[in-house]
Design a protein around this ligand. Structure first.
Ligand code: AMP
Ligand code: MG
Length: 417
């Protein structure tokens, strides 16, 4: 398990910016170093533990990019079309006889270039007359050929340690002929909800209770990040029970994640219970939505307590939990890159804090993408997350947004993967 020092989340300032939070996490969280071997079919989404050098060039041999006729560039018609006798035929997967000078050979996409040939005419550009083919003038030497190694040369560092494998990366590993690869083992996360007002879906809900939605949202987000999740259900607002439960999972998980109970109300027991079994600091983050986020260490295991309001929980997950999971898994830190879109709303905000506005995108009459703000702002509105496409990020120095202004958009697809 990851072992962190008790003071690793200590923070001097009164308010923490989102960027500072991300930087602190990247600096102070020690990565899990355990490696496991997975087959190609199981590699998607995993973090590569070691760089992969290309064991062979891609493509492995020089081949034709089209269906057509292979010739030597020495024979290319210069001023006017010219007839060539066609000798030989080579299709993908077979090998060719050498090409004789002054001749053309029938060739198909992916077939190896015959010795003596270095240029291919597309079949659409030629005329066939009996056993000959009429080739036009003006083709460049080397046209329509894919040289060995043009994609990736042999020994090239094609994939980096810490890279999160995407389907196209898995394709690359397969193209190298590898059958398995070393990845960081899955990060183990224990997830609890807290609150007497919560009932689990499937349980009887008392009149003053609501069904626990955060736990399922958080577990889904964790699984998208490749985590192994322990669902530990709902903890009641009871300090001793909370403390016991936290201590129990500390040794066997890489991260303990809770939602609810971290504000300063009398019934917010998470802070006190963490303090009784470990060390806790409150990160007052300059972010909206999102209230203080509790950061701590219990027996060397990092602890994160997210706010209970679903939207605050979602947004703080993205900016605190996601970077923590990436750091634990030794992944390269990912900088979120907001996409410029046009605001179709006006908005006022406080200076010095980062705000996230839930928006849907639409295409305006002039073709530009416009962000339309969800009409209500409450941090408890699940519909505001479910019925929108992503978040507009308003930086600390922004105080207002006017319709037509350019703003940065982060799609949910980019935030929860
Ligand atoms: P808390 O952070 O515990 O003060 O909770 C803030 C608000 O979020 C309250 O209205 C809670 O009922 C709600 N809430 C807390 N935990 C959850 C949860 N797991 N699922 C849905 N809503 C929650
Ligand atoms: Mg609560």
């Amino acid at each position: 398990m990851a072992q962190l020092s008790d003071d690793c989340f200590a923070f001097g300032g009164p308010m923490m910016s989102v960027d500072e939070a991300v930087r602190l996490i990247a600096e102070r969280v020690t990565p899990v170093l355990d490696v496991e071997t997975v087959t190609l079919a199981r590699a998607d989404g995993r973090i590569l533990a070691k760089e992969i050098l290309a064991p062979l060039p891609l493509p492995p041999f020089t081949n034709s990019a089209v269906d057509g006729y292979a010739v030597s560039s020495r024979d290319l018609p210069q001023k006017q079309e010219q007839a060539f006798a066609v000798t030989g035929r080579v299709q993908a997967g077979s090998s060719a006889q050498p090409l004789r000078p002054g001749r053309a050979m029938r060739i198909f996409t992916g077939a190896p270039m015959p010795d003596g040939a270095d240029t291919v005419f597309m079949q659409e550009d030629v005329r066939v007359e009996g056993d000959s083919v009429i080739l036009p003038a003006g083709l460049k030497p080397g046209a329509n050929v894919r040289p060995a190694g043009e994609d990736i040369p042999a020994d090239f560092a094609a994939l980096q340690a810490g890279q999160r494998l995407r389907p196209q990366d898995v394709a690359l590993v397969a193209a190298f002929g590898l059958t398995q690869l070393d990845v960081v083992r899955r990060i183990r996360v224990a997830v609890f909800s807290t609150g007497n007002e919560l009932a689990s879906p499937g349980e009887v809900r008392a009149a003053a209770q609501l069904f626990d939605s955060n736990r399922f949202m958080l577990m889904a987000m964790l699984r998208r990040l490749g985590c192994e999740v322990s669902d530990l259900g709902i903890l009641r607002d009871d300090r001793a029970a909370l403390a016991r439960a936290l201590q129990e999972v500390a040794g066997t998980h890489d991260l303990i994640l809770t939602t609810g109970g971290v504000s300063t109300g009398e019934e917010d027991h998470v802070k006190a219970s963490v303090e009784s079994v470990g060390r806790l600091v409150l990160w007052r983050m300059a972010i909206k939505p999102g209230r203080p986020v509790a950061m701590g260490i219990i027996g060397g295991t990092p602890f994160i307590g997210l706010p209970g309001n679903p939207v605050a929980s979602f947004v703080t997950f993205v900016h605190v939990v996601r970077p923590t999971i990436l750091a634990l898994s030794g992944a390269q830190p990912e900088k979120l890159l907001p996409m410029p879109v046009r605001a179709a709303f006006s908005y006022k905000k406080k200076i010095s804090r980062r705000e996230y506005v839930r928006v849907t995108l639409r295409k305006a009459a002039d073709g530009a993408l416009e962000a339309v703000k969800f009409p209500r702002e409450g941090a408890g509105l699940l519909s505001s997350l479910a019925d929108t496409h992503g978040l507009v990020e308003l930086d600390e120095d922004v105080t207002q947004v006017a319709p037509g202004q350019a703003v940065g958009f982060l799609s949910y697809a980019s935030l929860i993967n």
